[in-house]
Structure formats: structure tokens, C-alpha cells
Design a protein around this ligand. Structure first.
Ligand SMILES: Nc1nc2c(ncn2[C@@H]2O[C@H](COP(=O)(O)OP(=O)(O)OP(=O)(O)O)[C@@H](O)[C@H]2O)c(=O)[nH]1
Ligand SMILES: [Mg+2]
Ligand SMILES: [Zn+2]
Length: 290
């Protein structure tokens, strides 16, 4: 038996990158259906080789998943690269914050990638997220600037690239030497969203990346309004200053709420607090039916 990772699945076939760097075309054993397990991209698996040339195997075991996302369907994500354009399209901080919330909820690391630095410097975005403790990188996918720094940061990890359509996710991956479709192609043949199927790409430093179409990843509805505050990672160190346990940080009096005080003092960025209140309002309206 050999180990590998599912990098692609098409029509009942799974393409498994094995530890020796080859790609095995595999079928899953029938037992998975009984166990109600559907192997997915990102799954770490054990396969039995059934043929060497062409290289074919059978998936015998799916190792325990660290996490799995529904949209795109992928397992074992270590990191989300939240890509934003410094300009064109205009930065959407609320979307960044939704993605960071989603990552925090699912125990996934975040790197904020500010792309298109040739159009605007957008330093304020880095300031906001550095203040919160997030890693940020500036890139320009047209010149390739910053791309190596980003690549080093995600070495050894499975990283999903997420962010609005047109921010340059696919263009960055092209800079990694990958053959993915970018917006320049999409205008000709597909319209707005370029990237469709789910595939893990090996970036050669122990890391894999996945290009997600449009914004996606946005199922934050499984987060309850009351646990939302825990997904704003920068709130934590100020919670001890809240007067009431279970404080939802909506008090207008700074002396009663550590978070409101930190916002007033300029320590927690205002935009983050605004996203918090906006998301809270959305989540508290969601009714759960059993
Ligand atoms: N000026 C400038 N343009 C860029 C940069 N990066 C990407 N672009 C352009 O922005 C457009 C969109 O880039 P894509 O890489 O297709 O964007 P995407 O995020 O993959 O978009 P979707 O697949 O639709 O989600 C293309 O025309 C790119 O050439 C950059 O750093 N600077
Ligand atoms: Mg794309
Ligand atoms: Zn509070």
C-alpha cells in the first residue's frame, strides 16, 4: 500500500498524487459507499497499486479529515489565502472579514494577499489586518512581485485561494508556474467566473493550492450569532474587560465593554467591528429548524 493525496476527481475516477510524485488513476473500493464516505479532493489516502503502466490503483483507506469544505468540496485545508485587489475591483473589506470568520470557525490559518499593487498601494488594508494579527502579503501578478514571498508562506500547506471574481487569484497561481485559466481567457469563452472545477495543484515546496471560483467558501450560516465574536480573533485579548460575561459587545458604553473600548481607542479596527455588527444582524435572523 502507498500513501497519496487526491488532487482531482472526475466521473468516478480519482487522481491520486502518490508520495513518490506520480499520479495514479484510482477507483474507490465499494466499501466506502456502505460506510457513507465519498472520497474528496484533499483527502489523504492509502492506495493499492493495481497496475504500474499506466499507473492505476484502488483507494483502500481515507485517512481522518482535519476539516472539509462544502463549496468548493475539498478536505484538509490548512490555509485560506484571502485575495483582494488594491483596486479594480474595489476592496471589499466585508468579504475579507466573512472569509476570516469562516476560517476561524473551521480552524484554518489565513494569509491576506493584497494583489494589483501596480494600481494602488492599499497599505491601509495591510494595517487593518496586521493589527488583528493576520499575516499579509503584497503581490502584483502582472510583474510577479511578492509572489515568491507568498509561495514561501504557504510551503507545506494545502491552501485555498478565495476572494472576489477578478481580484487575480488565478493570475497569482499562474505565477507559481501553474496552468490555470485567468480572466483573460474567460472573457472569450465563459463570461464572468473563470475557475470551475476543483483541483489541487502541487506547487513543489510541499504545498498544494486550490483555485476557487468567485468568492465561494461562504457558508457562514452554520455559525450562531452568539459564537460570532469568537471568530473575530482580535477580540479575545479585550474580553476580560467586558463587565458582563457573555457580553455581545453591543454596549455603547466603553466602560462596560472591552471591545467597544478597544475600538474607540483605535486598537481594534473600526471596519472589523462594523463587519461584526453587520454579520451579527444577519446571523441572528437565521432560524434553525430541526
Ligand atoms: N493590473 C493588474 N491586473 C491584474 C493583476 N493580477 C491579475 N490581473 C488581471 O485581473 C483580471 C482577473 O484576474 P484573474 O486571475 O482571472 O482573477 P480571479 O480572481 O481568478 O477571478 P475568478 O476566477 O473569476 O474568480 C485579469 O485580466 C488579470 O490579467 C495585477 O497584479 N495587476
Ligand atoms: Mg480564477
Ligand atoms: Zn463586550
Amino acid at each position: 500500500m502507498i500513501n497519496g493525496i487526491i488532487v482531482k476527481g472526475i466521473g468516478g475516477f480519482y487522481y491520486v498524487k502518490t508520495d513518490d510524485g506520480r499520479i495514479a488513476t484510482c477507483r474507490a473500493r465499494g466499501k466506502f459507499r456502505k460506510l457513507n464516505i465519498t472520497p474528496m479532493v484533499g483527502d489523504k489516502v492509502e492506495i493499492k497499486v493495481v497496475n504500474e503502466n499506466p499507473f492505476e490503483g484502488a483507494i483502500e483507506n481515507v485517512l481522518d479529515r482535519k476539516n472539509h469544505l462544502i463549496r468548493p468540496p475539498v478536505a484538509n485545508i490548512d490555509c485560506i489565502a484571502v485575495v483582494i485587489a488594491a483596486a479594480n475591483p474595489a476592496p471589499d473589506l466585508f468579504l475579507i472579514d466573512k472569509l476570516t470568520v469562516y476560517a476561524a470557525k473551521n480552524n484554518i490559518e489565513v494569509v491576506i494577499v493584497i494583489n494589483k499593487t501596480d494600481l494602488s498601494n492599499a497599505k491601509y488594508i495591510a494595517e487593518i489586518y496586521n493589527k488583528c494579527g493576520y499575516n499579509t502579503v503584497f503581490t502584483c501578478a502582472t510583474s510577479g512581485e511578492g509572489v515568491d514571498t507568498l509561495k514561501e508562506k504557504i510551503a507545506g500547506k494545502i491552501t485555498a485561494f478565495a476572494g472576489n471574481s477578478g481580484v487575480g487569484k488565478s493570475s497569482i497561481l499562474t505565477n507559481f508556474g501553474l496552468n490555470v485559466e485567468t480572466g483573460d481567457v474567460s472573457k472569450i469563452n465563459r463570461g464572468k467566473h473563470t475557475t470551475r472545477h476543483v483541483e489541487l495543484f502541487d506547487i513543489g515546496n510541499g504545498g498544494f493550492v486550490i483555485d476557487t471560483p468567485g468568492f465561494s467558501l461562504l457558508e457562514i450560516s452554520d455559525i450562531s450569532a452568539s459564537e460570532l465574536k469568537d471568530c473575530f480573533i482580535e477580540f479575545k485579548e479585550f474580553e476580560d474587560d467586558c463587565k458582563f460575561s457573555g457580553c455581545t459587545h453591543f454596549g455603547t458604553k466603553a466602560n462596560a465593554c472591552g471591545i467597544v473600548k478597544a475600538v474607540n481607542d483605535g486598537i481594534i479596527p473600526k471596519t472589523r467591528y462594523e463587519s461584526y455588527t453587520k454579520l451579527y444582524d444577519v446571523l441572528k435572523e437565521i432560524k434553525y429548524y430541526d
